[in-house]
Design a protein around this ligand. Sequence first.
Ligand code: ZN
Length: 268
Amino acid sequence: MNFAKLQYLTGLSALALTMASCETVPMSNKAVDNHQVTASDNKHQSQQWSYIGESGADYWGGLRAEYSQCDAGDQQSPINIANTIAADISSPIINWSPFIPTISNNGHTIEVKSPAGNTVILGGKSFELVQFHFHHTSEHTIDDQQYPMEAHFVHKADDGKLAVLAVLFAEGQANHQLTEIWGAAPAVIGEITANFILDPKQLLPIDRQHYRYQGSLTTPPCSQIVSWVVFKQKPTISAQQIAAFATVFDENARPVQKTNRRYITRSK
Ligand SMILES: [Zn+2]
């Protein structure tokens, strides 16, 4: 659904949808109705870990034994990308096809599940796209600059290792695929199967130059099993798209972690 159209549909229609079923009210409808679900509701629904207060990022490592890497790990993500080393690294080979997405609000982010068969080849190794999701503001910074949003395309290999393609978005023109996702995403914890075909490649930058480093999940259990690919070019999303996400998740970014002795390479 078109975002401008959504703004037109304020008031009664959004309220009627809300009363019919909270689980199926799209995030964008919530975004235009200040009296509906807010970011704080999502925090209450997800007690295990969060981004603020006593279960916030500074405390993840102590919340559960299996989260200990969040504190003890020396290859944590995200990081500030700086002091990079030029290297002859090939671009990831991205074999994604359009699909009808399943979109969930898991209390921490909006997540789009991928069907089997969407792969990326990184350094000769094949990883399969499992899901992608969003952070506001960006988790990685580049030369200490933060961006309004970051998407993570999470791929898994047969050996359990992950390759995550990260796209940082700058504010500018709206992204059509995001309009579709935001329009369908539940505003509270829940999952829907969308009624449109999503082309995930439309969320990627055209230029595939990128940075690469070894790191971790940016959420508990912070497992250090991730080959990160962070694209240099930033596609744009509109101020309205940022605001719509922020209405449901006002801040779901882990702060940058110590780089320690890691190399960050950049493609030439
Ligand atoms: Zn993420």
